[in-house]
Write a protein that binds this ligand. Sequence first.
Ligand code: ATP
Ligand code: MG
Ligand code: MG
Ligand code: MG
Length: 478
Amino acid sequence: METAEIRRRWLRYFSTRGHTVVPSAPLLYDDPTLLFVNAGMVPFKPYMLGQETPPYERATSVQKCIRTLDIDEVGKTSRHGTFFQMNGNFSFGDYFKEKAIELAWELITRDQSDGGYGLDESRLWVTVLQGDEESRQLWKRIAGLPDERIVQRGLADNYWHMGVPGPGGPCSEIYFDRGPQYGPDGGPEADEDRYLEIWNLVFMQEMLSEVRTKIDFDVEAPLPSKNIDTGMGLERMASLLQGVDNLYEIDEVFPVIARVEEITGKRYGANPQDDVRMRVIADHVRSGLMLIGDGVTPSNEARGYVLRRLLRRVTRSVRLLGVQDPSMVDLLTVSKDRMGASYPELETNFARISQIALAEEQAFTRTLSSGTTILDTAVASAKSAGETTLSGDRAFQLHDTYGFPIDLTLEMAGEHGLTVDHDGFRRLMAEQRNRAKADAKSKKVGHADTSVYRALREPGITEFTGYRELSTDSTVRG
Ligand code: ATP
Ligand code: MG
Ligand code: MG
Ligand code: MG
């Protein structure tokens, strides 16, 4: 079943059951706690909190999401994209646990010839929060699941919150057993690659006043109403229904890999390391396309830097596959041709999108060629001195003189088996910043201190901290 059809069925199923279809919000959303929209509920948060009156009691959407925290998983696990689409159904004080479970179970198990997804019931598992006896009983009664396929897990896995003060509640997740060829028996606790998490049902019921860690938070009060927030990974469902191994091989993503095969002359499936690179390219090209499409431009500021990092990884991965020629626009075109059906604005914006991505590719190609020689020399001299760490000085020099971003130095040094003195690097960066500040103080222009702007203009001066500091990202859900 094509991804577009899975999406259509979702929206049809929920709209015929009283849900208003709400279009995806843009990836850049006005929520100061987030870098990007990372879950379907984000645009509905004010309704959950009772800050705004919802214009409907039930809604459904297919929301574009970016999860920067998953970047290191991409290409290595079978199930993480930096961009993905989250199908959701929501109830604002209308139905709660029982109906949410009924709706979910019916849709995934109903025959494909009858509008459902037709998953084999005997391969489905669910999890509930330890102590949530009500949900456990509901799954037994509604789905007829045996006790051993209703797993009870703790707060870390089955309590949802945003990582910051806001709404939260217990959740219940649905997993599909892909079979013994993917890992050991034993349910989701044993292996999350074999047991693929497809759908999370969140019973959003309380307001958290403080969140210290995933499992350490204060519940302030019940929310004004009990709400349902669910999220099903569209690409994950597509990988199951298309019978492919991972979400990079589905119809919306794989054509980019196929194009990479053509331009590199390498075959996907021939070499595990090259396969990871091809999957990274396919994922990041799509994320880049969607981000630029939604108005993000590469920069050294947190959001722009996420985009910059994704595009640079594409360029570097293509180089590592042996191709020196520009390829960004070519790959973006393939991705746009697949995504354009669901997001027609990509077609109209494509000239602008490709121009922005091309400029980034060109700039980075220059950086790469000057910096790589220096890095190789530094690695060789560290190795011949019997060292296993590249000094902070070296990393700083690469950054300062050659515009080599620290994450690239870390990645490339790692490929040579070296670590980097990241603390030393940070210290030198801080010293440089302080010097710049002192300098700026003596040169204040009128009432405006322009040091901030100058710092941002200087290439690479802002060290990227966005993943840690701004994004309350994918770890927040179970
Ligand atoms: P995982 O444990 O696999 O990282 P998650 O628990 O972080 O997933 P949720 O926050 O519960 O995911 O999001 C709801 C659904 O969105 C998941 O059940 C999954 O189907 C999908 N999803 C989450 N993260 C990704 C991702 N990076 N790429 C593709 N789909 C995702
Ligand atoms: Mg996750
Ligand atoms: Mg989850
Ligand atoms: Mg999970």
